[in-house]
Design a protein around this ligand. Sequence first.
Ligand code: NAP
Length: 248
Amino acid sequence: MSLLQGKVALITGASRGIGRAIAIRFAQEGADIAFTYLSSVEKGQALEAELAAFGVRVKGYRSDASDYKAAEELASQIVADFGTIDAVVNNAGITRDGLLMRMSEEQWDVVINVNLKSVFNLTKAVIKPMMKAKKGSIINLTSVVGIRGNAGQANYAASKAGIIGFTKSVALELGSRNIRSNAIAPGFIETEMTGEINEKAVEEWKQSIPLRRGGQPEEVADCAVFLASDLSRYITGQVLQVDGGMLT
Ligand code: NAP
């Protein structure tokens, strides 16, 4: 059974890591894929070819998720290219870590803009076609750090906590329109983002995880498939942790 047959999905930041895994899983499930990238142009173009091999409609767009106007233009272009948008995965995200004492205004602003403002930008842009279609699924990538906080990540934690408040508010506002809004909170997932953390810290993290290992991008992607599909049709306003039991 193809869980996403006939659906059009937009995934932001799909050139690498979790976004890339989500795009591949969605294509495997029969979804037509619109995805974005920003600096990894070659990887974005390579992904377009890789996804097309699944026999679905695919288009990659170079677009900065933190830019409000660009998000509006992107959504209009996708509707022109694909006809509608059934699901959006707000995945684009960055870290600029540092203790608060040393954190610059620039480090704060860029993380809030790329991680949190982007979710506002894209969600606002896609709810128009979703309201017209009287259905939609909004999926936002938060983090266990947004729930618990993390020393050295005040900017990132604030952006991810903000996403949770936003996700729940949108669920309340748009439930009557049959538009669902949920968040995924990954724990420690092995991607380039976590590749920067030193080995000793990684080992300590792993020992504190009940399943005793880091997660794979595909394990987050499976959760996104569930939330984009009709299997989750009565689920909205929730934060699903994909963290091996880390925050229990
Ligand atoms: P990653 O490997 O660093 O990939 C980040 C992706 O975001 C890249 O494809 C990048 O595209 C894109 N991106 C960055 N800034 C962008 C912008 N302004 N506009 C559009 N795209 C942009 O990160 P990841 O580990 O896959 O993380 C994906 C999401 O999961 C993030 O929101 C992250 O906070 C969240 N998360 C990750 C973990 C983890 O353990 N890895 C845990 C919890 C939550 P370009 O390279 O093309 O710029």
